[in-house]
Design a protein around this ligand. Structure first.
Ligand code: C2O
Ligand code: CU
Length: 493
């Protein structure tokens, strides 16, 4: 015979379940990102142990329009352009240089997009037209320290450019070197799909090498390519000549590059010339995601070709047969390569010192439970806003305890590596805009806050940025009129 429990006892499990479900729903809803928000108000202000600027506080809501608008931080509108380029972006099935077709994005009908070339000091003016990219698009000048309004970050420095719309970027090519451009609206799918291209800023007097080759590395449909060619691509160069190969890694992971058939020198990293680069043999260079490595190679006089190799693809320089070799086990260490040009900035003299500690933990991000990246223990948007004032000498202590590699990219500035895992840099000044931080590593880097605005400081594994591994460097007293989300549907990540 069935014994019925009293009625009140039967409802206990129902009440408990309701409380648990109610709590979970509340947590999920609380973690949802607002439909529109200002990046300038995300997270909490971190002053890095420096002074709190009067009137430049951060963290009180409702001041989106406060301060000087980043939209005013443009290039002199009266200065005429020296280099003018029209770029039209499309979402379409694109034919790669190797004949394959992929669903993605094109710039002037191709991907990678056309090479933009300028001489240092030139004013570059790029007229972007979005033909049909439904989510909108922008152009970010990766590695170029442009004025903030020209930085191309949807929701921070501009609105996404919708289909049928245009936008003009103007910036002075203020340092020589290898750079690239890519969309910073929905950057994860759009960069993956090929909305990108190379940008090279030449010295006035020209480069030292005889030939100059841009080598954009990108994976399309699972195959790694160089300038859109999977497998082998050849560049004909006469015997005995020297070649500068500008390896630009537009993928989400670091890529090893090595040379078979000749020694090479690593002559520039992220647009900065290496001081006194020695000849290298039997070692690979690891090119950070988003980073660039310029390799100088001298072709043998006997007509044999030289092969610049990556896993599963290579660039053959010259006309003859090219040797091929497996990937070297050793990597060139930029902490000791080249020779110093003088003392490095003293960490102790910094006006502000920030921690950028990357971790990972279970939690809710935008309403979704999972294991997410953290910065200084918090999940986006509960991350630090690194606050500076113009002229500050800044040290950032980046540490990665997250179990994965993170290529950290600071917009608008270049940072000098002071030390890795406590070991000081003793080679050429190692100056980067994209820094590969492996699990367990720590880097102290220094820079001078000399470019006002609000700058993304994020992981260039763009999937990780989309998963919340992003924050900003903000100059006190500046605000943005743009919002993430909102009617323009701005989504920089
Ligand atoms: Cu190459 Cu925030 O970008
Ligand atoms: Cu990452």
């Amino acid at each position: 015979m069935k014994i019925l429990r009293p009625r009140w006892k039967r409802v206990i499990p129902i009440v408990v379940a309701a409380v648990v479900i109610g709590t979970l729903v509340t947590l999920v809803l609380l973690s949802r990102l607002p439909a529109a928000y200002s990046m300038a108000e995300m997270g909490y202000a971190d002053y890095g142990g420096g002074s709190v600027p009067a009137g430049g506080q951060h963290g009180t809501h409702g001041h989106t329009h406060d301060g000087i608008s980043v939209a005013t931080l443009t290039t002199d509108p009266n200065r005429p352009a020296d280099v003018r380029v029209d770029l039209t972006v499309r979402q379409e099935r694109v034919t790669l240089a190797d004949g394959r077709t992929v669903d993605g994005y094109s710039v002037n009908g191709r991907t990678p997009g056309p090479l933009i070339e300028a001489k240092v000091g030139d004013l570059v003016e790029v007229h972007l037209t979005n033909a049909n990219v439904a989510d909108g698009a922008t152009l970010h000048w990766h590695g170029v320290n442009v004025p903030n309004a020209e930085d191309g970050v949807a929701g921070v420095t501009q609105d996404a450019v919708d289909p049928g719309e245009s936008y003009t970027y103007r910036f002075v090519a203020n340092r020589t070197g290898s750079y690239w451009y890519h969309s910073h609206q929905q950057s994860d799918p759009q960069v993956l799909g090929g909305l990108l291209g190379p940008l090279v800023i030449q010295p006035r007097e020209g480069i030292r090498e005889d030939a100059d080759v841009a080598a954009v590395v990108h994976t399309y449909g699972g195959a790694r390519t160089i300038n859109g060619h999977a497998g082998e691509v050849r560049q004909s160069v006469p015997p005995g000549r020297t070649v500068r190969v500008r390896v630009t890694n537009t993928d989400n992971a670091p890529v090893p590059v090595w040379v078979s058939g000749a020694a090479y020198r690593l002559v520039a990293v992220d647009g900065t010339e290496v001081n006194d680069p020695a000849e290298v043999t039997g070692k690979a260079v690891s090119v950070t995601a988003g980073g660039r490595a310029d390799l100088a190679v001298a072709l043998p006089a006997d007509g044999t070709a030289v092969r610049v190799q990556l896993p599963n693809s290579s660039l053959v320089l010259g006309e003859g047969a090219a040797p091929t070799a497996g990937a070297p086990a050793d990597y060139l260490d930029l902490l000791t390569y080249g020779t110093p040009t003088g003392p490095l900035p003293a960490a102790a003299a910094a006006d502000r010192t920030f921690d950028y500690v990357i971790g990972r933990r279970y939690g809710l991000y935008d309403g979704r439970p999972g294991s997410w990246w953290t910065i200084n223990g918090g999940l986006f948007p509960d991350v630090p806003m690194f606050m500076v004032e113009e002229g500050d000498r800044v040290v950032m202590r980046i540490r990665n305890d997250s179990g994965d590699v993170h290529p950290i990219h600071l917009h608008g500035h270049h940072v000098t590596v002071l030390s890795r895992n406590g070991q000081p840099s003793t080679g050429s000044p190692w100056i980067v805009d994209s820094l590969n931080v492996a699990h367990g590593e720590s880097y102290d880097v220094a820079f001078v806050a000399d470019n006002p605005g609000i700058w993304m400081d994020h992981c260039h594994n763009l999937k990780h940025a989309r998963e919340g591994l992003m924050t900003h460097l903000a100059y006190a007293g500046y605000g943005t009129p743009y919002v993430v989300g909102g009617p323009r549907n701005n989504h920089p990540e």
